[in-house]
Design a protein around this ligand. Structure first.
Ligand SMILES: [Zn+2]
Length: 217
């Protein structure tokens, strides 16, 4: 089973990819993880990526796609894989198609976790994290019993820089401008399926499993 999990920041792609991987016995391939892995192993592409990251520059698509292509040839990907967080642009999607062609593999399905803007906004801006133990809360969905105090250890809760409204607004804008057009790209390729992303983690998982079953996967 070769899948891409797709959706805006806050849709729960990473969590769902992990659960899917466990259920079907295939690896979750997330760009951040495999970049770190390639750097740790000191592969030529890993070292090249490190050069860019050390300078605070974006790792170019050519390098990222090269690292992904290497990763997809590992033994554990023989049965399939779940890509999460990649591709993010049309150019990356085209490069991925070419890489898969070289590997003589084809994507089975692209699952879009669809979620309305208001819920996404609450999930992202409502997130609070304990400064000591790291426990996560959400002022809309998982309120601490006392405002700004961790239920687990009694320390203060903070809002990460990543979760500040301006940062989130920017992430959502970048997603809309650069990543959302991919929906049309995969629609044309007849690969796109949509799962409603509202509700808790298990209910979204169920919807994804149902889509896979309906498609004989
Ligand atoms: Zn705590």
């Amino acid at each position: 089973m070769r899948l891409i999990l797709f959706g805006p920041p806050g849709a729960g792609k990473g969590t769902q990819a992990k659960l899917l991987g466990q259920r079907y016995g295939i690896p979750q391939v997330s760009t951040g993880d495999i970049l770190r892995e390639a750097i740790k192993k000191g592969t030529p592409l890993g070292l090249e990526a490190k050069g860019y990251m050390d300078r605070g520059a974006l790792v170019p698509d050519r390098v990222v796609i090269g690292i992904i292509e290497e990763r997809l040839q590992d033994r554990d990907c023989a049965k399939g894989f779940i890509l999460d967080g990649f591709p993010r642009t049309i150019a990356q999607a085209e490069a991925l198609s070419l890489a898969l062609k070289r590997l003589r593999r084809d994507l089975d399905c692209v699952i879009n976790i669809n979620i309305d803007h208001e819920e996404l906004w609450k999930r992202l801006t409502g997130r609070r994290v304990c400064c000591k133990c790291g426990e996560e809360f959400n002022i809309y969905y998982k309120k601490p019993s006392q405002d700004n105090i961790c239920d687990k250890c009694g320390s203060g809760l903070i809002q990460r820089d990543d979760d500040q409204e301006a940062t989130i607004e920017n992430r959502l804008r970048v997603y809309k401008e650069q990543t959302e057009p991919l929906l049309g790209y995969y629609q044309k390729e007849n690969k796109l399926k949509t799962a409603a992303g509202q509700g808790d983690i298990p209910s979204v998982s169920q919807k994804i499993y149902q889509i896979l079953e309906e498609n004989g996967l």
